[in-house]
Every structure is written in C-alpha cells, then in structure tokens.
Design a protein around this ligand. Structure first.
Ligand code: GLV
Ligand code: MN
Ligand code: MN
Length: 433
C-alpha cells in the first residue's frame, strides 16, 4: 500500500454513532417483536427518515428514487468550483441494502449502509476530501421478500429494471405497479425514465460474511473474490382435490406428496454435488384443509453454485428427475424461472485496494467467494465492484441471532475508508485496472 496513506484510528464519535445507528435500525420493523422490512413498507420510510436526519447533520445531500432506493451524496472537493452538477461528476458508490428477510438479523444489509455513512464521516473527521463524489446507497430490495425476486432496488439504480417486474404481486396480491401508484409514482416512468448511471467509478459494499470461514481463521475481515451464480424458480404441482376419508390411496393425485418428494430430491442432489446449495423456503398448499387432498402446491426454489455451468447442469438434472416423479403420480408440474444470475467476479483493481488496506490494518487477509447474493452482483453490470466481508458469529445469518462484533465492524470501516483514499490516490487512472 502507498506509504503516504494514513492509518489513524477511527474517531470515537463516528464509532459511537455507527453502533447506535445499527442498533436503532434493528428495531425499525413492520412486525412487532421481530425485524422484517420490505420494499415500500412504512418501516422502510422510517429508516429513510433517520438517514435523512443523519445526512443533514453531516451536511450531505439526501434523496430517495422512485423505487425507494436511498442516496446520500458527499460532493467532491472541487464541486464548489465546478460548473457541472453532481449528476455529471464522477462518483464512487458505496452501500448495501436496507430491506431484510422475515425475522431477520440486524447486520445483513444495514451494516453496509451504516458503515458507508461512517466512512464518509470518518474521512471528514480526518479532514480528507476526495477528487470525486462519494454516494452512500441503501438499496430498497435485495432480499426479494416482498415479490420473491431479488435485487429490484439495485436493478433500478443500475438502469436495468424490467417492465415485466411491474406486474409482480406480493403476498396480499398487490402488484408492484399498484404500490408505486399508491406512492404517487407513475409506474411506466420507472422504466422509461431510468438511466444507466454515468460516471460511476466503482461500487464498494461491506457485508457480514454470512458464513463461518473468517471465524475459523480468527480474522476480522476478508476480501471477496466472486459472488456465486444463482437461480430462483417457482414450481407448481397440480393434482386433484378429493375427500380425505373416502378416496382410496391408489386413486389419489395428491399435489403435496409430489411436492414433498421433489423437496427431498433437491436436497439429495445438493448433498451429492460439491458446492451446490439448494433451498425450498416457501410452500403454499391449496385448498389447505386437513380433510381435503391437496389440489395444488407452489414451492420456491433457490439454487446456487460458484460455477454457473455446474449450476445449469444441476437445475436441468433436478428438473428431469422431478418431472418423472410427478408424471408417475399423475401430477402436472409447471416451472417458472423467476431469476437467473451468473457468477460475478469482483474487479481486480478494487479487490487489490481492499486487500492492501486490510493487510495493512490487520495483517493476513483471506480472499473469499460469496455463496450469498449481493447488490454488487447487479452493480457489476455497470461498473467495477469490490466487497469486504466482516466476520459474523457462528457464520449465522438470516436469523435474529446474527451478530458481528464492534471491533470487527470498526475494522471494516477503517479498511474501506483507507481503500477509498487509495482509489482517490490513483484517480483518475484507476479503479479500471
Ligand atoms: C441474500 O441474502 C441472498 O443471498 O439470498
Ligand atoms: Mn445482504
Ligand atoms: Mn440476506
């Protein structure tokens, strides 16, 4: 790392604010007693309200876009002299998502947004300025809890939002278009007015590891090499309902039995293929009465592998197997692929800035692949991306007991603040290394 980069410790007020914000965000929820925050919820509005106050206090410009992505801008040092608006200046984007899974932990997503704001405040506290704007983003929908389609927020931010997503329905049957209208936003403008962002130098994201490797190594932070490929699908099994007490077992076309067989089949397949992860996380049974044979069942399928080709093979193999099983039971099986994402490598330039910054702060720094999806996978389609993982207890995530320690989080802020300065030192030649 460059000899002239500073290694001062973090300012105590920046650190105190960071931890109290994370704690507070963990209480802003749609559901009492648990943390659940979906896109277009009033809980998301409340979170934005708090960030707005924090941004104002730091003298930063706050805004929210049509898809409820939050943006906080720190203008470059020369912006006062510049005749250009911030829309045309170059910008380094840093953040993560503010939505959660149901009954979530408080670090997944929020950590990346809160640490991004802490990086700005820390750079200000060090008296540093940057030759480009810094934009803190809080994406509105990464988990896909509301519509079962991940990355809606970052897709819109990146100018990649697809018109067909407007017809997605949430659990209560409301379409995304309808939710936009409720907020006074013309849905068609969400597609026609979106623009691929210009002048984006790169995107950095801090995230808890959501796995056990850093803990096993006893290291606070690690640098991400790539994000695994993933497919999300909806499977519908259609049989025939009938009387539970009178229909002989041999005459049944029970959709739930076919679905149960498929769930075990995917588990078996994932156990037998190295690196494959497959999950059925949702199931809906109709008509859903104890004395009626299930007529239809809808399952969610989430399946991932670091290697996109192996993932494709696995999906095909699974489909072949369960189609045969369903046919043997007289059950109709319909597949709908909701989302397919390739494996996404990180930018070598940003990766090496993070690596050098981390080595200089903590010594040995591992390079890790991410089994979890992240907004960085979408941002990689429009700019270079880099990610830093923070150790989390027991590798646990998507669970209320999710936990990252204050010193590890502070290490994340220090490393990313150093890496931002390294990008600035190399500007304007990098980060496209
Ligand atoms: C996001 O948490 C995902 O990987 O599903
Ligand atoms: Mn996340
Ligand atoms: Mn998550």
């Amino acid at each position: 790392m460059e000899a002239d980069l500073p290694r001062p410790s973090l300012h105590p007020e920046v650190v105190a604010r960071l931890h109290s914000r994370l704690k507070e965000l963990g209480t802003i929820s749609e559901e009492p007693g648990k943390l659940t925050r979906r896109i277009f919820s009033s809980a998301m509005d409340s979170v934005h309200q708090r960030f707005h106050e924090w941004a104002d206090a730091a003298g930063l410009h706050f805004s929210v876009d049509a898809l409820q992505n939050m943006k906080i801008r720190w203008p470059s040092a020369d912006s006062a002299l510049s005749t250009t608006t911030h829309k045309t200046r170059e910008v380094l984007v840093i953040g993560s998502h503010l939505d959660t899974v149901r009954n979530a932990g408080r670090f997944d997503g929020a950590l990346g947004v809160v640490t991004a704001l802490a990086c700005v405040e820390q750079l200000q506290a060090w008296g540093r300025t940057l030759p480009f704007d810094l934009e803190v983003v809080g994406f509105s929908d990464e988990e896909g809890l509301r519509f079962q389609t991940a990355y809606l927020g970052s897709s819109h931010y990146a100018g990649l939002f697809r018109p067909e997503w407007l017809t997605l329905r949430d659990e209560s049957g409301q379409t995304l278009a309808h939710l936009l209208e409720n907020r006074g936003i013309n849905p068609s403008l969400v597609c026609t007015r979106q623009k691929a962002p210009t002048g984006v130098l790169g995107y950095l994201e801090v995230h808890i590891e959501q796995g056990p490797q850093l803990e096993a190594l006893g290291i606070s932070v690690g640098v991400v090499s790539a994000i695994a490929a993933q497919t999300r699908a909806r499977l519908r099994f259609t049989g025939k309902s009938g009387h539970a007490g009178t229909t002989p077992m041999t005459l049944r076309r029970d959709a739930l039995c076919a679905a149960a067989e498929a769930i075990l089949e995917i588990e078996e397949l994932a156990r037998s293929m190295d690196g494959l992860r497959a999950t059925v996380g949702q199931i809906r049974v109709e008509p859903g009465a104890s004395n009626v044979i299930p007529e239809w069942v809808v399952l969610s399928l989430d399946i991932r592998h670091e290697d996109g080709h192996r993932l494709e093979e696995a999906v095909k193999e699974f489909k072949d197997r369960i189609e045969k099983q369903a046919e043997a039971r007289g059950i109709q099986l319909d597949w709908e692929i909701l989302q397919q994402g390739p494996s996404v490598p990180m930018d070598p330039g940003l990766q090496s800035h993070l690596q050098r910054a981390a080595e200089s702060r903590q010594g040995r720094t591992p390079i890790l692949a991410s089994g979890a999806g992240h907004d960085a996978a979408v941002m990689a389609r429009v700019c270079p991306v880099g990610m830093l993982f923070v150790r989390c207890r027991d590798g646990l995530s998507h669970h209320p007991d999710e936990w990252a320690s204050p010193p590890d989080i502070e290490m994340g802020v220090a490393v990313v603040a150093d890496a931002i300065l390294a990008v600035a030192n190399a500007y304007p030649k990098e980060p496209h290394s």
